[in-house]
Write a protein that binds this ligand. Structure first.
Ligand code: NAD
Length: 396
C-alpha cells in the first residue's frame, strides 16, 4: 500500500518504520523541514528506531520523509500522528489535529482510509476530523497508539491494537493495513470506544501513580518503608497491581491525556474528581521531594553544590516533555542551592548542558538510566533517590 503518515515524531516514525518493514511504500510528512532532512539522511531521532534500519528503508525506496503536502495525494492510507497537548488553561489543544485535517482536505483528491492515532477524547474522529474533510468521501478509523518508547518487550508488532471505524468498510481496510505488521488487532464497535479506551488506560496509570505517591508520603510520616510495603502487597497473586512512587509524572501522555477525559466529562456534566485530585498530587511531588531533600540535608541547602541526575521523564529515553525534573531543579534553586544536572541521554536542555556528577555536595536522582555512574552518585555527601534503585540512601 502507499501510505502517508502525518507527523514524524515518536508515534508517526514508529508506525512509518513498522509499515515500511513489511514492504508498504511509506511517506512521512512533517512540517519540521530540519527533521525531514535528518530522516532522509537516515538519522533517527527516537529510541527504538536505529539509524541503520531507517537508512535501509530510505535506500530501499520504502521510506521517504517530506515537508511537501502534495505527497499525501494518491495514498491509500493516511495516518494522523500529531501532538495533542493541553492549552494554557489545561484544556485540549486540537489545533495540530485540525491542521492535519485541513491538509487532507486541501491536498487529497482521491478516496483514502484516514486513520487517527493521536490521543484524544471520544468523538474526535467523528466530530473533529471527518466533519472537516467534506470534499471527498474517505473511510475513517481510529486506532490510538500505545507505543511505549524505550520498552524492549512491547513494540508495534506485539502490542494489541484497538481499531474502531465510522463504517464496516473503514474497519475492514484498517484491519488489512495494521494486520500486515501488527500481530493482534481488536475491533471495537465504534471509534469512540477506541478513543475512550486509550484515555482511560492513561487515566488509570495517572490515578494509580498519584495514589502510590500519596501513600509514599503516608508511610514516610509513619516511619515505615513505603517500598517494602509495596513489595509486600505485590505478593498477593490477585486483585493488586503494583505502581511505583516517584517525583511526579512526565511525558506526552500521563500528565496530559486524563485532562482530555476530564474535558469531555465536564461537557456532559460529570465531574472527573479522581483526575483532578490525581493531577494535584502528582504536580505537588517535586515540592515534596525538595522538602525531603532540605530536611535530609540538615535543614538548609543554601549555597550547596547540588546535582540532579536524570532529567528525562523516564529511564533510558531522552524525552524531557513535562518532566518533573524541571520543577525539582527550579524549587532547589529557589532554596538557594547551586544546581547543575547530569543526563547523558539528554545532553542539552533549557539552554544548559549536562554536567559531571562528581564534586557535588548533594545528589538528587530523579530518573535512572542504564549505565549511570552509581558510585559517583553515592560519593556525594547526601543522596536522595526518587527511583528506589539505589540501596542504602534516603529517598521516596
Ligand atoms: N510519545 C508517546 O509515547 C505516545 C504514545 C501513545 C500515543 N501518543 C500520542 O500520539 C500523538 C503524537 O505524539 P508524539 O509523541 O509522536 O508527538 P511528537 O511531538 O514526538 O511528534 C509530532 C510530530 O508532528 C509534527 N507535526 C505537528 N503538526 C503537524 C502537521 N500539521 N503536519 C505534519 N506534522 C506535524 C511535529 O513536527 C512532530 O514532528 C499524540 O496525540 C500523543 O498523545 C504518544
Amino acid at each position: 500500500m502507499r501510505v502517508a503518515i502525518i507527523g514524524q515524531g515518536y508515534v508517526g516514525l514508529t508506525i512509518a518504520v513498522g509499515a515500511a518493514g513489511v514492504g508498504h511504500s511509506v511517506v512521512g510528512f512533517d512540517v519540521n523541514a530540519d527533521l525531514v532532512t535528518q530522516l532522509n539522511a537516515g538519522r533517527s531521532h527516537i529510541e527504538g528506531i536505529s539509524d541503520s534500519d531507517l537508512a535501509g528503508f530510505v535506500a530501499a525506496g520504502l521510506y521517504a520523509a517530506s515537508a511537501d503536502a502534495s505527497v499525501l495525494d494518491g495514498c491509500e492510507v493516511i495516518v494522523i500522528a500529531v501532538p495533542t497537548p493541553l492549552d494554557e488553561t489545561r484544556n485540549p489543544d486540537l489545533s495540530y489535529v485540525y491542521a492535519a485535517a485541513e491538509l487532507i482536505s486541501t491536498h487529497v483528491k482521491s478516496p483514502a482510509l484516514v486513520i487517527n492515532e493521536s490521543t484524544s477524547y471520544p468523538g474526535t474522529l467523528r466530530k473533529e476530523i471527518a466533519t472537516r474533510i467534506i470534499e471527498i468521501e474517505h473511510l475513517y478509523a481510529s486506532s490510538p497508539e500505545r507505543v511505549d518508547p524505550g520498552n524492549n518487550q512491547w513494540g508495534t508488532k506485539n502490542t494489541p491494537r484497538l481499531i474502531g471505524g465510522l463504517t464496516p468498510s473503514a474497519v475492514a481496510k484498517a484491519v488489512q493495513f495494521y494486520g500486515s505488521f501488527c500481530d493482534n488487532l481488536i475491533e471495537v464497535s465504534s471509534p469512540e470506544v477506541a478513543e475512550a479506551a486509550k484515555i482511560f488506560e492513561n487515566t488509570f496509570r495517572q490515578v494509580n501513580i498519584a495514589l502510590v505517591n500519596e501513600f509514599a508520603q503516608i508511610t514516610d510520616a509513619l516511619g515505615i518503608s513505603g517500598r517494602e510495603v509495596l513489595d509486600a502487597a505485590a505478593t498477593k497473586p490477585y486483585g493488586f497491581m503494583p505502581f511505583n512512587p516517584g517525583p511526579g509524572v512526565g511525558g506526552h501522555c500521563i500528565p496530559v491525556d486524563p485532562s482530555y477525559l476530564a474535558h469531555v466529562a465536564n461537557e456532559v456534566g460529570v465531574p472527573a474528581t479522581f483526575i483532578k485530585r490525581a493531577n494535584e498530587v502528582n504536580l505537588a511531588m517535586p515540592s515534596y521531594v525538595v522538602k525531603r531533600v532540605v530536611a535530609g540535608a540538615g535543614g538548609s541547602i543554601k549555597g550547596k553544590k547540588m546535582v540532579v541526575v536524570g532529567v528525562s521523564y523516564k529511564s533510558n529515553v531522552a524525552d524531557t516533555r513535562e518532566t518533573p525534573a524541571a520543577a525539582v531543579i527550579d524549587l532547589l534553586r529557589e532554596q538557594g542551592a547551586m544546581v547543575t544536572w547530569h543526563d547523558d541521554l539528554v545532553g542539552t536542555w533549557r539552554g544548559e548542558s549536562s554536567s559531571p556528577i562528581s564534586g557535588a555536595d548533594i545528589a538528587v536522582l530523579v530518573t535512572i538510566h542504564d549505565g549511570v555512574d552509581v558510585a559517583a552518585i553515592k560519593a556525594c555527601g547526601y543522596v536522595f533517590d526518587c527511583t528506589g534503585q539505589i540501596a542504602g540512601v534516603d529517598g521516596i
